[in-house]
Design a protein around this ligand. Structure first.
Ligand SMILES: [Zn+2]
Length: 231
């Protein structure tokens, strides 16, 4: 333990990291400085079944359980961190938050853990450009704590939706709906799936993915997010 601590101290000395939000120097294990951390309010979703994330997803799909770690406000600290996860190569943050999610998930659902974790896929071209899919990395953190295995190649993204924001709400929805496919049918027969993504906004993506998974024979679906975007 002491050797570990000495090693961590040495890493912090030679490779200090910076708070994602205000850039002050922090320990290598922290995402935010103490001040910014107080501004990232964790949700109460792991303690309350009928929480805000569940309410939003229930408008679209019927799932067993749903939670997000944080609430996401525009230009807020969590948004900055998620931006760094997606575009700044900060996989370490997604792993850290995945582990935090995993700990909370264990205490929230008890013995009724999911059998598999499925991250929302990104199109292979986007994955190749970024080098990774942020939801897969978040899933990895959850798996490290819970021991639940991840299935990456079952739910696949078919089309590249780079221009999605420029389209009407209706055509956007139709495009999202058709954007997922199952590589194998019935391979989740009787299983509980934990479907994970970085941010829950309208829920259109989740609805499309859940619809596909429902066709796979799975028993129930839980949903997990890093953050819930405020409307
Ligand atoms: Zn800070």
């Amino acid at each position: 333990m002491r050797i570990c601590q000495l090693f961590t101290d040495a890493v912090d000395f030679f490779y200090p990291t910076h708070c994602i939000s205000c850039h002050s120097i922090v320990s290598s294990k922290d995402v935010f400085c103490l001040y910014c951390a107080t501004k990232c309010k964790a949700t109460d979703h792991f303690k309350i079944q009928n929480n805000e994330t569940k309410a939003r997803t229930l408008l679209r799909v019927d799932v067993r359980w749903s939670a997000a770690l944080f609430t996401y406000v525009k230009h807020g600290h969590v948004q900055k961190a998620i931006h760094m996860i997606k575009y700044g190569g900060r996989k370490d943050i997604a792993i850290k938050w995945g582990k935090l999610f995993g700990e909370n998930y264990l205490s929230a659902v008890g013995r009724e853990l999911a059998d598999v974790i499925i991250p929302i896929p990104v199109h292979y071209k986007r994955r190749r450009k970024r080098g990774y899919n942020q939801s897969e990395v978040f899933a990895k953190g959850i798996s490290l704590i819970t021991g639940i295995k991840i299935i990456n190649n079952l739910l696949v993204k078919q089309s590249n939706q780079i221009t999605l924001t420029q389209q009407s709400r209706e055509s956007r929805f139709l495009q999202v709906r058709e954007s997922f496919a199952l590589s194998k049918k019935n391979s989740l027969q009787g299983k509980i799936v934990l479907l994970v993504d970085d941010v829950l906004t309208t829920g259109a993506t989740i609805e499309a993915a859940v619809e596909k998974l429902n066709g796979s024979g799975c028993k129930e679906i839980d949903l997990g997010f890093i953050a819930l975007a405020k409307n």
